[in-house]
Ligand binder design. Structure first.
Ligand code: ASP
Ligand code: MG
Length: 409
């Protein structure tokens, strides 16, 4: 028996017609002899609607109650899908997170899964039932409902697949796989047949919003075979793999970008032990995520420190920096919130030289100035002016020959 965990995102269950279409697909696969566990998101827009309702009664909704509220979106779709499956002659059961015991920590709004008690699901599968699980939610040790963060149903699905040692975890969404670049920006971007989990992690965290980053980390840790597919057309989607050897001849897998970035510079920071710590301790204490950090070579005992944050944190970070700069007797604080980050990602980088040069040349040929550079083993990221986002992504996509028909998988 093949055990498949499927997850359907908000657009795939957006209305009754689509829920029926999902039920048809699940029904087909069940009838073909597969054991099926289906994780659902709320109807698209529903979680946002619930969040808005909350702020209408409380400017700062208490996190525990907010989780009770926003978990209802998934409860709705789980029950509806289960009914639709029964209507098709299947024995189906829907469950909330606490019922299949998705045990989490108690951090409301971004809880982490600690354990799943898979016994109940296995028992149902053993009786030939299709199990439908409400995504995005869990329960803490005290029985409070928790949620896993926006897009968290992906994580529910991967965690379920890991706990059940499923043969495959299939994430159905509104795109038919992972692309070499955002097709809205690069019309000749192509679907990848496969991508490594490491590359997917870079792409997910760099703003290619196909999968929730945490779900990919989970898949990597527990070696869950993960596939991204479209619920609107048939096709193999993109398989996220653990083997690299199959990909040796592929140098670069994709170009990602992150739009909502901002950068901050503190000039003339005294170049002595402890300054970076002082600076970033304050930023960290304010819960601001820092991405790239660049410190210049010091001259005359002074150095410049530049880093990037989410644009939403820009004003807060600027305020803190001004205070810290003064305390450190540093110079000015300069900021720019009209920047974007573009990244070239590929495991092939490990074994090939010259990737950086190719990337920098492509940008230079378009007259795009690079403001910051950072690299890891499998990616090169640059910060450029916001207005160059599209041009930069396209230039890099073509410089690495990513367009055209997919290579044989
Ligand atoms: N419904 C939740 C959200 O909109 C979780 C999910 O869709 O995965 O973020
Ligand atoms: Mg979603």
């Amino acid at each position: 028996m093949t055990l498949i965990v499927q997850k359907y995102g908000g657009t795939s269950v957006a209305n009754i017609e689509r829920i029926n279409a999902v039920a048809d697909r699940v029904s087909r696969m069940r009838s073909a002899g597969n054991d099926m566990v289906v994780v659902v998101s709320a109807m698209s827009g529903e979680t946002d609607r619930l969040l808005r309702l909350a702020t209408e009664v409380h400017p700062n909704p208490p996190p525990r109650e907010l989780d009770v509220l926003i978990a209802t979106g998934e409860q709705e779709t789980a029950a509806l899908l289960s009914m639709a499956l029964q209507q098709r002659g299947h024995d189906a059961r829907s469950y909330m997170g606490h019922q299949v015991h998705i045990l989490t920590d108690n951090v409301h709004g971004k809880a982490r899964i600690r354990m799943i008690d898979d016994a109940r699901v296995r028992k149902d599968l053993g009786r030939g039932r299709v199990v439908v699980v409400a995504g995005f939610q869990g329960v803490d040790e005290e029985g409070n409902i928790t949620t896993l963060g926006r897009g968290g149903s992906d994580t529910t699905a991967v965690a379920m697949a890991a706990a059940l040692k499923a043969d495959e975890c299939q994430i159905y969404t509104d795109v038919d796989g992972v692309y070499t670049a955002d097709p809205r920006i690069v019309p000749d971007a192509r679907r990848l047949d496969r991508i490594t989990v490491e590359e997917m992690l870079e792409l997910a965290s760099l703003g290619a919003k196909v999968l929730q980053t945490r779900s990919v980390q989970f898949a990597g840790r527990y070696k869950v075979p993960l596939r991204v597919l479209s619920s609107f057309d048939e096709g193999p989607g993109t398989l996220i793999t653990f083997e690299e050897h199959a990909m040796e001849d592929i140098l670069i897998s994709g170009i990602a970008y992150a739009r909502d970035e901002a950068k901050l510079t503190v000039t003339d920071v005294p170049d002595r032990p402890g300054v970076a710590w002082t600076l970033f301790a304050e930023i960290g204490a304010a819960n601001i995520d820092v991405d790239m950090i660049v410190q210049n070579v010091g001259a005359d005992g002074l150095t410049d420190m530049t880093f990037t944050v989410h644009r939403a944190d820009y004003d807060k970070a600027l305020k803190i920096l001004k205070k810290v700069a003064q305390a450190l007797s540093a110079g000015d604080v300069i900021g720019d919130d009209k920047i974007v980050k573009i990244s070239v990602v590929g495991v092939g980088m490990r074994s090939h030289a010259g990737i950086a040069a190719t990337a920098f040349r492509a940008l230079s040929d378009e007259g795009i100035n690079i403001q910051m550079i950072s690299t890891s083993e499998i990616k090169i990221s640059v910060v450029v002016e916001e207005k160059y986002l599209e041009l930069g992504v396209r230039a890099l996509h073509s410089a690495f020959g990513l367009a055209g028909p997919p290579a044989a998988g």
